[in-house]
Design a protein around this ligand. Structure first.
Ligand SMILES: Nc1ncnc2c1ncn2[C@@H]1O[C@H](COP(=O)(O)OP(=O)(O)OP(=O)(O)O)[C@@H](O)[C@H]1O
Length: 225
């Protein structure tokens, strides 16, 4: 599903954000990615989604060699990956239905098929009755769940989340994590970048830990850095 082999990333300007990183996430697996601020978590996610390319080493995602992927093939890769952001990036002047429909419209779906899929995704996140709401009329946790519905509506094989619970209280954070578990049980691979070590400890999944761009731990949970 994801395989990094000796991956380094040096940004223009010379800063080395990742240093010979090796790890793999198997199909159907759920794992956490943690590390201090600036450790390289977002950079690692950007390599998976081909926003950035590795300076050296090999990044394989869903059978593609990301470093060698032609620019024209990048949208095809991205369509197979659902991405969830901390600040959810919802369009605030569009309804819940319109926000969640967006990836399907881009893919060329129309009418009834969109309604069916959007309805199913919103049911799954517990917002089946909020289709016509604007995001500003929803709570923070509900907005985050709309972002998750938008990420899963096109049934991606891989779900990436960058600090998905950063703005939420512990109870809501746990609810969001349980939602990821539900999605994982349907066969979606899930990789969650988070600072929230308490949450990681409660969930008991494999934890990948970065420190200063190096992968220092593959298994040990609760490494504070
Ligand atoms: N486009 C860029 N150009 C130059 N340096 C960058 C760029 N993007 C990130 N960096 C640097 O690379 C390092 C790693 O950044 P990254 O965003 O991957 O960290 P992070 O672990 O996600 O941090 P946080 O938890 O604070 O989001 C940082 O020192 C950052 O300043």
């Amino acid at each position: 599903m994801i395989r990094f082999e000796q991956v380094s990333k040096v940004y223009a300007g010379g800063f080395q954000a990742l240093n010979k990183v090796d790890f793999a996430v198997a199909p159907g697996e759920m794992a956490f990615l943690t590390g201090h601020s600036g450790a390289g978590k977002s950079t690692l996610l950007k390599l998976i989604t081909a926003i950035e390319k590795p300076t050296t080493g090999r990044v394989q995602v869903l059978g593609h060699d990301v470093g060698r992927l032609a620019r024209s093939k990048v949208p095809f890769l991205r369509r197979q990956i659902g991405i969830i952001f901390q600040d959810h990036n919802l369009l605030m002047d569009r309804t819940v239905r319109e926000n969640v429909s967006l990836p399907l419209l881009i893919e060329g779906y129309r009418g009834r098929e969109i309604d069916k899929r959007v309805g199913a995704a919103l049911e799954l996140v517990g917002l089946g009755d909020k289709l016509g709401y604007l995001p500003e009329h929803l709570s923070g946790g509900e907005q985050q769940r709309v972002g998750i519905a938008r990420a899963i509506v096109s049934k991606p094989k891989l779900l990436l989340a960058d600090e998905p619970t950063g703005n939420l209280d512990p109870k809501l954070s746990l609810e969001i994590m349980r939602l990821f578990e539900t999605l994982n049980r349907t066969g979606t691979s899930v990789l969650i970048a988070t600072h929230d070590l308490g949450l990681i400890a409660r969930m008991r999944y494999r934890t990948l830990t970065l420190r200063d761009g190096r992968m220092i731990s593959e298994e040990f949970q609760g490494v504070a850095s």
